[in-house]
Design a protein around this ligand. Structure first.
Ligand code: ADP
Ligand code: MG
Length: 326
């Protein structure tokens, strides 16, 4: 049974790489990292009902489980190469595994990631993925490099995934209105929740520009808070400069929208700091890879992340994102 499942996963995820000397099927994989590069390694687990709604399709979950991990490599400026997959599954999971492997394989193929091993066990649904990538020595983007005077940017738009989650939440006070929203608007937002795009190309491009970088998984304020703490600086954000998609603008008024953008999670965009002398190159370098970023604030001496409106008044958020232990 388990063997069948592993075989199913193996055939679905068939990216071939010359640096995989031995993949799925032995006691360990044998891999050949490129000479002179650093290996970036990261792992993330998704638990049903905690990290994704119970109704999430297997296929979306396969995509998302890999996407959130690739996003961590993107935030380091690393180029992804290999993945390991730990599946904890309830009984009779063949149909689930089939869909899951398809979603996983779709994204793996886009980035040339080879699935080289994993583990399969019985229990309440949980999915753990470990990814490996390469980065030129000393060039990784870290959280601790921001300096006072740097400018702060973010790729893409913020708050869409959190808005998508609200569109799915039948208990939401605005559920009726959200359910009646134009289907394409809802689909865009729910799609951003279920199928996040890891900003791999942007991360690589930013290696030459950014002083610090993080991917926005728990919410912009919480995640930039990590950059501020690790770098020993403060960060000031301009509320009205936070980028919003047209779908978000269509469904949420300013106050609600700001909360989603600043504290909503699951965006998987890159938030990064750039020294003022290089800030002018950000748009050009990201345009080259078909991306873009919005300037949202500045690094200052001090600590913490603070948000200001157009008149310079500080906006205080009740909580700076989703704290899983709260
Ligand atoms: P072992 O008992 O040596 O841990 P397993 O039976 O757990 O071996 O796994 C057999 C092979 O299948 C190993 O190469 C392992 O890496 C791979 N494998 C197991 N589960 C998965 C999975 N969910 N995804 C990918 N590879 C897996
Ligand atoms: Mg095992």
């Amino acid at each position: 049974m388990e063997f069948d499942l592993i075989e199913l996963i193996r055939t679905r995820c068939s990216v071939a790489r010359a640096d995989v000397r031995l993949g799925i099927g032995d006691d360990a994989a044998l891999l050949l990292p490129p000479a002179g590069h650093e290996l970036a390694v990261s792992t993330d687990t998704l638990v049903a009902g905690v990290h994704f709604p119970l109704g999430t399709s297997a296929r979306d979950l396969g995509w998302k489980a890999l996407a959130v991990n690739l996003s961590d490599l993107a935030a380091m400026g690393a180029t992804p190469a290999w993945a390991l997959l730990s599946l904890t599954l309830p009984d009779s999971a063949r149909e689930f595994v089939d869909g899951f492997a398809q979603g996983f394989a779709e994204l793996a193929a886009q980035h040339g990631v080879a699935l080289v091993g994993g583990d399969t066990t019985r229990g309440p649904l949980a999915v753990g993925v470990t990814v490996h990538g390469f980065v030129p020595p000393g060039r990784a983007l870290r959280r601790d490099g921001a300096r006072a005077g740097d400018l702060v940017f973010v790729t893409g738009t913020l708050g869409d995934a959190a808005a998508g989650l609200r569109c799915l939440d039948r208990a939401d006070v605005r559920a009726a209105a959200l359910f009646n929203a134009p289907p394409d608007t809802r689909e865009v937002l729910v799609g951003r929740l279920n199928r996040p795009t890891p900003r791999i190309a942007a991360g690589s491009a930013l290696r030459e520009l950014a002083s610090a970088c993080i991917d926005v998984s728990d919410g912009l304020l919480a995640d930039l808070g990590h950059v501020a703490a690790r770098s020993g600086v403060g960060i000031e954000l301009d509320a009205d400069s936070l980028p919003a998609s047209s779908a978000l603008l269509a469904l949420f008024e300013r106050d609600e929208r700001l909360l989603l953008q600043a504290a909503g999670g699951d965006d998987y965009e890159l938030a990064f700091c750039v020294p003022p002398t290089r800030a002018g190159d950000v748009q050009r370098d990201l345009a080259r890879i078909g991306g873009g970023a919005t300037r949202i604030g500045r690094v200052v001496e001090g600590e913490r992340v603070r948000v200001f409106d157009r008149d310079g008044a500080e906006l205080v958020f009740e909580r700076g994102g989703w704290n899983h232990f709260a």
